[in-house]
Ligand binder design. Structure first.
Ligand SMILES: [Zn+2]
Length: 361
């Protein structure tokens, strides 16, 4: 693999870090390391969301740019007497992407490697072979011979189980393959926005945030937003790429590399019209590419942000990503860079008057 530049090194560290909902510490530490040089103050809410504050002007409008720290994974629920693990998916999983995948169980005594197992097809009836295996019939094999041995290795109910996959720059070096792009790319966008605003004069207070527990129902965004009380909120996350075989334009129109997605509607939010128009007008003016998308079957933290206190104008800006909620997903570096550029330019155009205009007119 080619030598990683500064940005790729951050992306590798963010995606290789492990953190299912409620277990975000490792990811929070990586994000903190990268965002701290550009923040005046770093705090967390009571659930562990990371909040990095950078004041452009004291008393200015508060702008929240939030990714989420957590990734979809599993939790150990039981160890059977033969040493196999039963587990609970944490976040949305599809049974077809799970079997025979390598996982890491993160225990108090260190990491244990496992593989998601099921019965081999050789012993199944012809009917059973045609059906996908249900998640409740899967187990994790760690190569232990008994419950006692698994316990000795440190495994306990409640331990997190994460997909194992190493960050990879593909042959086309713009294409990046990793676990947990959902939503470490959002964390990276929040870091980069603060970084690029470092020496910029603007009259706002910017918060780069890593929310916890998004994948179990947009939970950390509620508490982090409550603490910040922002005037404007952006959720930065992954979206659906519609450019693989078999997906029609009607199902998903976005293409990797064609700009960040402006989510006009999703199951959690009707995007704020004033904010959406400001964002797309800014992009049009500067020639920053973007694509519209709508995701009636999913939500983002923008939904939770919008419903905090007396309501916050919010928008989700997402990166078209292939194979989300599986072991490895793929996205295009240009989309990441254009999302950062767009949000930075929008923040430069925000001040009290513009925020009031967007909010109340
Ligand atoms: Zn997700």
């Amino acid at each position: 693999m080619a030598k990683l530049d500064e940005t790729l090194t951050m992306l590798k560290e963010l995606t290789d870090a492990r953190g299912i909902p409620g277990n975000e510490r490792e990811v929070r530490e990586v994000m903190k390391k990268y965002i701290a040089p550009y923040a005046d103050e770093i705090t967390t809410d009571g659930l562990g969301s990371l909040i990095a504050k950078k004041t452009g002007k004291e008393g200015g409008p508060k702008i929240m740019v939030a990714g989420h720290l957590d990734e979809v994974g599993f939790m150990v629920t039981q160890i059977d007497d033969k040493g196999f693990l039963r587990f609970q998916p944490v976040g949305g999983w599809w049974n077809q992407v799970m079997l025979a995948q390598r996982v890491t169980i993160v225990t108090r005594k260190g990491d244990v490697t496992g593989i998601i197992g099921s019965k081999p097809p050789h012993v199944l009836s012809p009917e059973a072979r045609k059906k996908p295996v249900e998640i409740k019939d899967m187990f994790i094999d760690i190569g232990a011979s008994s419950r006692e041995e698994a316990q000795e290795w440190g495994i306990r109910p409640g331990d997190m189980v994460v997909p194992y996959f190493e960050f990879t720059v593909m042959k086309n070096e713009k294409m990046l393959l990793a676990k947990a792009w959902d939503n470490r790319i959002g964390c990276a966008i929040a870091v980069e926005v603060l970084k690029q605003l470092k020496d910029v004069d603007h009259p706002n207070v910017v918060y780069g945030v890593g929310n916890v527990q998004e994948e179990v129902g947009l939970r950390g965004a509620k508490t982090a937003t409550y603490k910040i009380e922002p005037d404007i909120g952006f959720a930065v996350d992954v979206g659906i790429a519609g450019d693989t075989p078999g997906i029609s334009e009607k199902e998903a129109m976005s293409k990797m590399g064609k700009g960040p997605q402006i989510v006009v509607y999703d199951a959690s939010l009707v995007s704020h019209k004033g904010l959406r128009d400001l964002v797309t007008d800014t992009a049009d003016e500067l020639g920053i590419p973007y694509q519209f998308d709508s995701i009636p079957g999913g939500g983002t933290d923008a939904g939770s942000i919008s419903l905090t206190h007396n309501g916050v104008p919010a928008l989700a800006i997402t990166i078209a990503t292939r194979y989300i909620h599986s072991h490895a997903a793929m996205l295009h570096r240009d989309d990441f860079e254009n999302a950062v550029k767009l949000i930075v330019e929008v923040i430069k155009r925000l001040d009290r008057e513009t925020v009031d205009k967007i909010t109340y007119e």
